[in-house]
Design a protein around this ligand. Structure first.
Ligand SMILES: Nc1ncnc2c1ncn2[C@@H]1O[C@H](COP(=O)(O)OP(=O)(O)OP(=O)(O)O)[C@@H](O)[C@H]1O
Length: 360
């Protein structure tokens, strides 16, 4: 008996998307079914190319075909993706805005923002990065782009800024428009206007994720960004010390305020432990252990991962070669995992708001 399309759909309706808690057929994630005698092929449309559940879902599909139709069927699955979006982000073509924030300065927020953006891009997403840290923009240095000046043109009387492209992502920093040797005495309204221009006057094209590196703490820029643009969620970076965790909690409190109401995608703990290069198996928890995880538990948010304190991280940032660009660096995998978890949380937030693969 030849296999029918309906049999395939019935079999795959037993496969649940673990995060979205619905079956693949209901979610319209199964497409392009083609049957040729005993050969079956179809596509599964995931919610992000960085999906950490890709292998698990593929296996579950194979098992379902084998169990509900026949183990003899030769199955070819094309695992592809369409990043979901829940609302107009206010920036044409941009599907999701991810804010990266911290309570304290110097905890590695920019390092995380840069490598998160590159990690999402490495998995195949279209990614942009805004350095909104108006008081200490560090992204030009981390990308080796000091002194870079983005092209700007006038289109129908409006300024159009071309984001700079490097390492496969598009980026803009407030630092491209200021003199790095001069302090910039910004007033509140000037800050607000400058930040909005990075979003509104730039030609971002089509982006799956626009990562925004916010300044540390809570202030004008946070309010401008969260109230002007519907941010999909915030990633909070902290170190394990109690002082850092206390400040991170304040930052989280701001995102949770009614007037702001930005979902927390999760906590990333940086500088979790120190590992000397000559003793890679040893972990020294010099700032205390488990603080980031505890904070995540307290606010009922996911713990997205921990990053050790490693000399190569600081060196790569200073050299303008982010660690994600060094294929040999073992921390690269740590960031790919973190990027996968962040993308997963974005998809979950989008699904909560009713945005599923079929309608994004
Ligand atoms: N895991 C790490 N191991 C070693 N050095 C790190 C690590 N994370 C960050 N650093 C270094 O610490 C310094 C501060 O990091 P970064 O600029 O990312 O912090 P920040 O929180 O964005 O600071 P700011 O207060 O400027 O916003 C940088 O020199 C960076 O290279």
């Amino acid at each position: 008996m030849p296999i029918t399309q309906q049999q395939v759909l019935d079999a795959l309706s037993h496969v649940e998307e673990p995060d979205l808690k619905k079956d693949l057929v209901t979610l319209n994630m199964v497409q392009d079914i083609a049957i040729n005698d005993n050969d079956l092929s179809f596509s599964v449309i995931l919610t992000t190319p960085a999906c950490p559940l890709k292998g698990l879902i593929e296996n579950a599909c194979r098992n379902a075909i084998s169990h509900f139709i026949s183990p003899e069927v030769k199955v070819n699955i094309n695992m592809t993706s369409r990043v979901t979006t829940q609302k107009n982000t206010g920036v044409p073509g941009v599907k999701n805005i991810i804010a990266v924030a911290s309570g304290k300065g110097g905890v590695g927020k920019s390092t995380v923002a840069v490598n998160l953006a590159l990690g999402l891009a490495a998995a195949g997403s279209k990614v942009g990065l805004i350095d909104a840290d108006i008081y200490g923009p560090s992204i030009p240095i981390m990308f080796g782009l000091e002194g870079a000046k983005p092209n700007a043109s006038q289109v129908e009387g409006k300024t159009r800024i071309e984001p700079v492209e490097k390492y496969g992502i598009k980026l803009l920093s407030i630092g491209f428009f200021t003199d790095p040797n001069q302090p910039v005495p910004w007033r509140g309204p000037m800050v607000s206007t400058a930040i909005k221009q990075l979003f509104n006057d730039a030609d971002w094209g089509e982006l799956d994720y626009l990562v925004v590196d916010l300044p540390p703490g809570t202030g004008d820029i946070h309010i401008t960004v969260t109230q002007t643009f519907p941010v999909t969620g915030a990633v909070i970076v902290t170190t394990p010390q109690n002082v850092a965790l206390a400040d991170a909690r304040k930052g989280i409190g701001m995102f949770m305020m009614n007037a702001i109401n930005v979902p927390i995608l999760g906590i990333i703990e940086n500088m979790s432990y120190f590992t000397p290069a000559e003793l890679p198996e040893n972990k020294y928890y010099i700032f205390g252990q488990g603080g980031g995880q505890k904070l995540a538990n307290q606010i009922d948010a996911p713990f997205l991962g921990e990053m050790p304190l490693v000399k190569s991280v600081a060196e790569s940032g200073d050299a303008g070669q982010p660690l994600m660009m060094d294929e040999a660096n073992p921390l690269r995998q740590v960031f790919l995992n973190i990027a996968g978890r962040v993308a997963q949380q974005v998809a979950i937030e989008n699904a909560k708001a009713g945005a599923l693969p079929r309608n994004s």
